[in-house]
Design a protein around this ligand. Structure first.
Ligand code: UDP
Ligand code: MG
Length: 334
């Protein structure tokens, strides 16, 4: 097996020491969902770039993961398969979401023992011209090459600011940090991908999982373009779901925050009680009850509900994890 051939005698004695790796077989993982307008344009754009990598010894393979498209995406890709042995199509049995589609592509590439993987969207928002730079960084020794957007002017005001809020919250709450403005467009070495396949959690967000795995990382700047054709599948609800998923799966600080809130409220209520008792004892002031009672009751009710909601988020996730369902179901591989 190729995985074994990667290990020298020494590394068998000292596990973890791996011999110099091959850096030639490159899988380009492309998750697609209702992208019939984009498939052929994407392939036409990426093909010359991939061909230009031949002098670097790179033999690339395009791995499409059709995430249950309801349009002609699969037919479009199937038509390309006959002409080109370096295009593969994995079809999922329904729409499992981009994260699951990426996991399917990564699992496939690890199983096929590709030396490196590039995760890329097919809407040409991730510029294919950057691939040679990513490959150079990889061949020079980086295990993860992150593509960082230097300019979000193509994004809406809402998306720009909600992204800022997400990165701020994530990095404040999580013990391992993620680099701001880095999406899924990145190159990962076989060894990073292999570690990803070992993670058993169902709730996966690649942009926070890959940094968790670690390894030598290089950041390359790029300018993100606007979508070439078709439309985004990520509305506000899906984006917030993704943000909550990634934060809750990497941090339990939110739960602790509620403990802190409880202590603060307890101290405040002791102070307030002391004030009322002193006023009554020394100044004989009758306590004006109604307004303060309503405010305090609603405040405590609100804080309780929020606390329960946070706990509920975690309990829901424990429930989903406990079922241990597969991340995706494959319909066919061709
Ligand atoms: N995608 C997917 N499954 C989904 C939604 C999206 O595989 O359920 C793919 C989509 O076809 C595209 C990539 O993920 O190749 C990014 O999607 P999109 O452009 O809609 O996201 P955005 O760029 O707006 O964040
Ligand atoms: Mg897009």
């Amino acid at each position: 097996m190729r995985a074994l051939s990667r290990l020298s005698v020494i590394s068998e004695i000292f596990p973890g020491r791996i011999m110099p790796e091959h850096k030639t077989r490159l899988a380009i993982i492309c998750p697609v969902f209702n992208e019939q307008l984009m498939v052929s344009t994407f392939v036409d754009s990426i093909k010359p770039v991939l061909r230009s990598l031949a002098p670097k010894g790179i033999s690339p393979c395009l791995v499409f993961v059709d995430d249950g498209s309801e349009d002609q995406t699969a037919t479009e890709i199937s038509a390309l398969l006959n002409d080109d042995p370096d295009i593969k199509l994995i079809q999922l049995s329904r729409n499992f979401g981009k994260e699951a589609a990426l996991s399917a592509g990564i699992d496939y590439a690890v199983q096929q023992e590709f030396d490196g993987l590039i995760l890329i969207d097919v809407d040409l928002q991730d510029p294919v011209e950057e691939i040679p730079n990513m490959v150079v960084a990889w061949q020079e020794g980086s295990d993860v090459v992150l593509m960082q957007r230097v300019d979000r002017s193509e994004d809406t005001f809402f998306k720009r600011n909600s992204a800022k809020l997400y990165y701020g919250l994530f990095n404040a709450l999580s013990e391992h940090k993620i680099v701001e403005n880095v999406g899924d467009y990145r190159l990962i070495d076989y060894k990073v991908a292999k570690e990803l396949t070992k993670l058993e959690e169902r709730n996966r967000v690649m942009k926070s999982l890959i940094p968790w795995v670690g390894f030598q990382t290089k950041i390359l700047p790029y300018k993100r373009k606007s979508r070439h054709a078709g439309q985004t599948s990520f509305n506000v609800a899906r984006l917030s779901d993704l943000a909550i998923n990634s934060i809750t799966s990497h941090s339990t600080k939110l739960l602790r925050l509620w403990g802190l809130m409880g202590i603060l409220m307890f101290l405040a209520s002791v102070g307030f009680a002391a004030k009322i008792i002193l006023e009554k004892m020394f100044f004989g002031i009758e306590v004006p009850g109604y307004a303060s009672l309503v405010v305090i009751t609603t405040l405590i009710g609100g804080v309780n509900m929020l606390g329960l909601a946070v706990i509920g988020e975690y309990v829901g996730r424990i429930y989903l994890e406990s079922k241990r369902r597969p991340l995706y179901v494959i319909k066919s591989i061709s």
